[in-house]
Design a protein around this ligand. Sequence first.
Ligand code: GLY
Length: 426
Amino acid sequence: MDPINVLLLGNGGREHAIAWKLEQSLNLKKLYTAPGNPGTEQHGINIDLDMSDFQAVETIVQDLAIDLVIVGPEQPLVDGISDYLEERDIPVFGPSKAAAQLEGSKSFAKAFMQKNNIPTAGYRTFSIDEFDKAKAHIKQENRYPVVLKADGLAGGKGVFICESEEEMEKRLTLLAEDNILQEAASTLVVEDFMVGEEASVFVICDGKSGKVIQNAQDHKRIGEGDTGLNTGGMGAYSPAPVLPDSMLQRIEEDIIEPTIQGMLNQDVPYQGILYVGLMITKEGPKVVEYNCRFGDPECQVILPPLKNDLLELIQAAVNGTLSDVEISLSDRYYCSVVLASGGYPKSYEKGFEITGIEKCDSDALIFHSGTVIKEDKLCTNGGRVLNVVGSGQTLQEAIDHSYENVKLITFKDSYFRRDIGKKGLK
Ligand code: GLY
């Protein structure tokens, strides 16, 4: 196969990890990332582009003779970028708008799972006009904690675990009033609370079949011991000891295969990355949520052990030939610690100079999230700033390697959790 030009859309740590891996591909001619960040620029050329402007993406594709577009984040997928490009005969990696509903609409995902007997928590849905009915239903059930989920994308801010009736009432009022959430909560999903340990499995899909790439565990809360506000993710490690081979096989049979087949059966073939968020309960694995892309920061720990050529895998997914491919992984553990701006996920200052990256071990991987070059200096430019990825023969070694390098990087008000990976050591 002749080498190709690729346009990668996105600007986070996930996209830096994807760009790093794509650069190693023998099938790659040129990599462009739009809009990218100073990290992606180390592996290709950044293009200043608004990803939500599909016409602008099409123009860039034509101007730069792009052969394949790879979509990193969920928003353009849920908004239909894959359909837009495909209608114009531009090859694209990422699910269609209809398939991305697995992430874009929680009520779609729950109904899909119910129809296909895919294990998940019990639920009911209510429209925005039925919040009083929802309140009455929850009060009658009287089972706390109860989970409230806004139907649409809400940037990680649409899920609430309510411990009491009082909290539930307060949340429902906020959901109805909050401007940001109003659109996402036009439908409300009320779910039973699941007890267990969370883990995620990442599957590359070609519409007819899928191959598990790797699994990981994320740390969503800002505080140590999984306390405080939800974030985009403060760190991750892989593989997850909570998912031994027997459990992974069960997940493939009971969840992944029925998901890919179920989507195909309803004429919505799923092509792209399927991120299955799971709760490992006493009764077995159950789906917490689906996402239609790689996780961030999970991507930063699942791509380093992947021995396959990522671009070759993606081309197989786009061409529908994934069943011919075998996934090959190194047996090393990886741990990623996120360095964040002090104050995140609430308000924080930006523009502080970042120093010390050059002191890091050559084996450590430093993936950029919220960074920018200002007057030739690398500066903070977001809530999550950098991902420091360490590796080792054991999870403990990977954790230690990551933290040895974390302490070499400094910027004003930097914050990181000191317990990333700890729950995997239990
Ligand atoms: N780390 C969580 C996510 O990517 O949704």
